[in-house]
Ligand binder design. Sequence first.
Ligand SMILES: [Zn+2]
Length: 174
Amino acid sequence: MTDSIFSHRVPAPSENNYQKYRPYIREDFHECCAYCLMHERFANGESNFELDHFKPKAKFKKLKEEYTNIYYSCHVCNKGKWQHWPSELRSKGYRFVDTCSENFSDHFVDEDGYWKPISHAGEYTEEMIRLNSRHHIEIRQMIKNLFNQYTGSLLDWNKPLKDQIDPIIDALNK
Ligand SMILES: [Zn+2]
């Protein structure tokens, strides 16, 4: 097991406008949201995905075009995250889970689709981004059941969802 779900490519592309990073970022995040971990096909498709500044550009102006600060995010998660960055609470561990340096299991346990936070960062992220909306829980249950039915094993949120689901979708389309 690697120690993070996603990682930015090395060497990072260098552009003067972060929007130009989109195709690379999309690939680095395996077409999945950095926060709810949904793949585009379960989250309204590619046009529903945005480039998020992990450290908000309003507060970290120098990081606006910094490749490693750009995360792929679905619209709802990006909206929930917005410009929040808990500088004071950070010392207590309340911060956004960073899926480019950490694993899912460092912060959550999946209990039948409900992501139970097991760290302060997990709690903070769950609350700010509303990771346990009824929709999230239902779609996770559906995807987990599908995966289990076809592979006989358990879906692992520590790995990008696309890599686990693609072989099943390919098989279904044959
Ligand atoms: Zn999301």
